[in-house]
Design a protein around this ligand. Structure first.
Ligand SMILES: [Zn+2]
Length: 358
């Protein structure tokens, strides 16, 4: 069992890396065909619908086929996770609780919205301002949902207080070391899904959630590294900054897109409109996650003020391996790769200890 390996001292990280790579490879093998299918299918369905038969029945059928494929894709993932991560939950539980299924369902709802959008466009038509405001409204709503997602709304109901005295006093030590915005920390039950994670949610008042699965498998000092990282997000107000940046970029792209309304020079307004579209489609999805990766490093730097190098490195490695993520494949769109995070934290802690000596 992976939990026993992680609890063992010294932790056998080579073994865990091998297991994680094995798991990820099986997962990719099981889900890749569906990922490609889910990516291509909407385009194929749209082309058939627009160029061949513009019927409501066909659109309905396309939507049904698409939903069925989404469910089959989630099931493929569920089966692999059940086997390799030894999950004991039912498929229904998995759909409601897994990040992957929530993500897939969100993507599917975007695709379906686009399909319905095309239907309205064909039968009634949008003017440009209507068109753009619907798109912006959709993005704003999905962004707010991702900050205050149903997952976190549910978390609040299920959450409990931290019992450990070591963790509680550690947290108040961190909070008293600097002027913190308002925050609360709650434990959420994720043992069944075997999720080892912590989240910072909220915009003005922050709520940090940490999973029971993480607390059970990390030492108290390691857990404090993870919590200090989340408190780093709180103190630098990362959620608020991300929201402000996203809204600003959306506003900027809208102002550029509609430049023909206030600029009489045709060439200039045409260029600005193109730039607005470019910012909207490519700029925002690239810029916001890039800024977020920077925030992760900033939160790590905050966390490295409070613990030993050993606790910091073990906290990151254990959390990764508890979720069966190989270090090789760690990081992604919103988080920098683990080796970068670990090296930066190591360096910061060494500097801190060096300064303390003199
Ligand atoms: Zn973070």
């Amino acid at each position: 069992m992976i939990e026993d390996l992680i609890r063992a001292n010294p932790p056998q990280y080579d073994e865990l890396e091998k297991r994680s790579i094995d798991y990820i490879q099986h997962l990719k093998g099981a889900t890749r065909p569906f990922s490609i299918l889910l990516f291509l299918m909407p385009a194929v369905l749209l082309i058939i619908w627009i160029f061949f038969i513009e019927s409501v029945l066909l659109l309905g059928l396309s939507v049904a086929i698409y939903i069925a494929t989404v469910l089959v894709a989630i099931f493929a993932r569920y089966r692999t996770e059940k086997r390799y991560r030894e999950l004991t939950v039912s498929f229904g539980y998995y759909i409601i609780h897994s990040d992957y299924s929530m993500y897939t369902i969100r993507m599917a709802s975007i695709v379906l919205t686009v399909l319905i959008f095309v239907l309205v466009e064909t039968y009634r038509g949008f003017n440009q301002i209507e068109f753009f405001s619907v798109v912006i409204a959709f993005i704003v709503v999905s962004f707010i949902l991702s900050v205050y997602s149903p997952r976190f709304v549910r978390y609040e109901k299920m959450s409990t207080q931290i019992q450990s005295e070591v963790i509680r006093s550690g947290v108040s030590h961190i909070a008293s070391s600097t002027s913190m915005p308002e925050f609360t920390i709650r434990i959420v039950p994720e043992k069944k899904m075997k999720v080892a994670n912590a989240y910072c949610t909220g915009i003005l008042s922050n709520k940090v959630y940490v999973t029971d699965y993480l607390l059970e498998n990390l030492t108290e000092n390691e857990a404090l590294v993870i919590l200090a990282h989340e408190l780093g997000h709180v103190i630098y107000r990362h959620n608020l900054k991300t929201l402000a940046l996203t809204f600003f970029l959306l506003f900027a792209s809208a102002v550029m897109f509609f430049s023909y309304l206030y600029i009489s020079n045709e060439l200039a307004s045409a260029l600005l409109t193109q730039a607005g579209i470019f910012l909207f489609i490519l700029g925002i999805p690239a810029l916001v996650p890039a800024v977020k990766r920077g925030y992760e490093l900033q939160a790590d730097m905050f966390a490295s003020r409070f613990q030993t190098e050993e606790a910091a490195v073990n906290a990151l490695l254990k959390t990764n391996y508890l979720n069966l993520t190989p270090v090789q494949a760690s990081g992604g769109i919103t988080h920098p790769p683990l080796p970068i995070r670990i090296n930066r934290m190591r360096r910061a802690i060494k500097m801190r200890d060096l300064k303390a000596k003199f």
